[in-house]
Design a protein around this ligand. Structure first.
Ligand code: HEC
Ligand code: HEC
Length: 475
């Protein structure tokens, strides 16, 4: 829809109690006030506030109840060819019609809706009758608004207004609620480094994450769960744009960068501010970069919904057998695969990396020994003896975890492509599809293994881990 792509539809959503506000990333505090004001302006223009959201049609989201075209119309009654035939449309639903050369938009309200013929009778007659083939948005922003209400009710106290994973309940939880603002989701069926698919997010909402405080919301209807998925994606897109914008600005305009740039005495702080203000208004400067950022973000999310992004085993599952388990055990112990460095020789989640100093994504040493996730929280490799799998316990779920890794965590993606890329000189290093199935069978066997004293190299450590109540399922 041409005009909708460039128009910002504003929809006010009524507040919920005290006025919630979006918080900022920590890095925002290291920008001078004029750069902070620019970040605020961009985010407010494209996303609005929690109580006054902007529905920006550039985003790859299902924001509206439906979209479609006029087939026949007079001033009072419009028949539509709609793209979502099962959408719930009723009296009181808003219609947004494009009108005239200028592609102005006219808002009308439905008095009654005929399900069979897809005909809307309007509350009041339009000044002129809409043309055939004219684009129509049904219930503009309604899906997002529903998502917002449901989120405030069910999710916000853990995941925070902004989706920063820092709601009032969060300090008491381990692992922490997901911070959506990096667009990184752990338990996906999409290849690394893709975003999550809608189905992945819906599955987490409906089933919860076993062994963590993420509850299951089975009682929500399909429409409610779908609205929540769009709202989580919306918060994620907002958070990612904020993250990328602040990172880009920080190169030249963080307080530290300004200090550096003014240290030779030749450039003053005022010069830098003038340079910033000029760049803001130049079409080929910040605005161009902002355009690139939003285009990339949009593409990243929409391509993650497409088939090639999916993890798909090329070989059907190899049935569980003692032979396959034994092969899996050999692969598990193979130094190249490093499983034991994290999960430990006996699978208790106590490998050598859990007590060595590791590095973060910026190649800096982490503050204490052990592993960390990209959000900066300490993280433990799974204790495979407990048989609790956060991403689901079906063989295909475990296949996806090994193939695509657990994004945002040190658990690597073992897909052949990823390994070939990291180790291009060693064609032997690639794990095959069959290998992954053997590993899956091995993992499924671990909780039933007979554990003999001294069987695991780290059994003393194991006893200690099992009594440390740090995580819900005490890994
Ligand atoms: C009691 C706290 C709590 C509530 C309430 C809660 N969550 Fe979570 N959520 C969590 C925790 C904890 C995690 C992270 C678990 C982990 O990292 O293994 C999480 C993770 C997630 C993830 C990330 C999944 C992934 O693959 O990375 C999504 C999406 C999510 N929650 C959505 C929601 C939605 C939507 C709601 C409301 C309907 C909700 N959560 C309510 C605690 C909560
Ligand atoms: C660099 C460390 C590291 C390596 C290497 C590693 N893992 Fe993991 N693994 C982790 C961490 C950390 C987690 C927990 C992530 C989370 O859920 O937050 C994990 C989780 C898992 C899970 C749990 C999945 C779920 O749904 O809960 C399985 C299964 C697993 N790893 C198997 C393996 C296998 C098999 C290998 C070797 C082929 C391996 N891992 C290599 C760190 C590692």
């Amino acid at each position: 829809m041409r005009t909708c792509l460039t128009l910002l539809l504003i929809c006010a959503v009524s507040g919920c109690g005290s006025k919630p506000e979006f918080s900022h990333r920590d890095e925002y505090e290291n920008l001078p006030p004029y750069a902070q004001a620019y970040v605020d302006e961009v985010l407010n223009t494209y996303f609005g506030t929690p109580t006054d959201m902007v529905v920006w049609d550039k985003l790859p989201l299902k924001l509206h109840t439906a979209t479609g075209k006029v087939t026949t119309a007079d001033n009072r009654s419009i028949t539509l060819d709609i793209n979502e035939p099962h959408a719930e449309i009723s009296s009181g639903t808003e219609l947004l019609l494009e009108a005239g050369e200028e592609a102005q938009q006219i808002s009308a309200w439905i008095r009654s809706w005929d399900e069979e013929s897809h005909t809307a009778t309007l509350e009041s007659a339009l000044q002129s009758k809409p043309a055939e083939e004219q684009s129509v948005v049904v219930g503009p922003g309604q899906v997002l608004a529903n998502g917002r209400h449901l989120y405030a009710e069910h999710c916000q106290h853990c995941h925070g207004v902004t989706g920063d994973g820092n709601g009032p309940t969060a300090p008491y939880l381990n692992p922490k609620p997901r911070d959506y603002r990096r667009g990184i989701f752990k338990f996906t069926t999409t290849q690394a480094p893709k975003r999550a698919s809608r189905e992945d997010l819906a599955r987490v909402i409906e089933d919860g994450i076993p062994g963590t405080y993420m509850p299951s919301f089975k009682l929500l209807t399909e429409d409610e769960s779908a609205a929540l998925v769009e709202y989580v994606m919306w918060l994620s897109l907002r958070g990612e744009l904020e993250y990328q914008l602040i990172r880009t600005l920080s190169d030249s305009y963080s307080n530290d960068a300004i200090k550096d740039r003014t240290s030779d005495g030749e450039t003053s702080r005022n010069d830098i501010r003038d340079e910033f203000n000029a760049a803001v208004n130049e079409p080929d400067s910040f605005r161009y970069e902002l355009d690139m950022m939003t285009t990339r973000l949009t593409q990243d999310w929409s391509s993650s919904q497409e088939e090639p992004a999916e993890v798909r085993p090329l070989t059907p599952r190899i049935p569980y057998s003692a032979e396959s388990v034994a092969k899996g055990r050999v692969l598990y112990l193979n130094e190249k695969n490093k499983c034991l460095q994290c999960h430990g020789e006996a699978g208790y989640g106590d490998g050598s990396q859990t007590f060595s100093i590791t590095k973060n994504e910026l190649n800096q040493e982490n503050p204490a020994p052990g592993l960390y996730d990209v959000w900066g929280n300490p993280i433990k490799p799974r204790n495979l003896h407990r048989g609790i799998y956060r991403g689901g316990r079906r063989p295909i779920d475990l296949y996806s975890r090994i193939y695509a890794g657990i994004k945002g965590t040190p658990m690597p993606a073992f897909s052949t492509t990823t390994l070939r890329k990291t180790d291009p000189d060693d064609p032997e290093s690639a794990i095959t599809d069959e290998d992954i199935w053997h590993l899956v069978n091995y993992i499924l066997s671990v909780p039933f293994e007979e554990v003999k004293t001294g069987a695991g190299a780290d059994s003393a450590k194991t006893a200690e881990l099992a009594t440390t109540p740090q995580e819900v399922d005490s890994h």
